[in-house]
Design a protein around this ligand. Sequence first.
Ligand code: ZN
Length: 165
Amino acid sequence: MSDECIGDGKVVTFHYTLTDDQGTQIESSVGQEPLVYLHGAGNIVTGLETALQDRVVGDRVEVIVPPEEGYGVRDERGVQTVARSQFPPDADLEPGTQFGVKGPDGQLYPCWVQQASDEQVTIDFNHPLAGENLHFAVTVEGIREASDEEKEHGHVHQPGHEHEH
Ligand code: ZN
């Protein structure tokens, strides 16, 4: 099935390098395991998912994803300062550490430590890449049809990659 192309319900394997507007590398899968995702399920940022539509194995895709189709625009109201005592004494509060805060609706919202002192901790609900243009260079490595169970769950099931449901 070498003529298979990327569309909804396909499991796609790809390598990527992500750089910012200055050309500085932010992340890369090169030299590590490629990324695997279920197309059409919102597993990856919208702008990249759109750019990969209809591509085939071996395609090299370069795309600049604006914040609106990436990790969102920055909202300064998302920056909050809370008392250090709200965290367990042994909590890792290094800048950049991610954790989840349960909202009134019971949903878990991701946030990141911006800075921490003995008295207070500044947390940021904006994704660290919010407000950034994302420059992706992607190579499509593999495409397969998702199983019914994967389609139902909206994510990929990989042997050896356990996940919670
Ligand atoms: Zn599942």
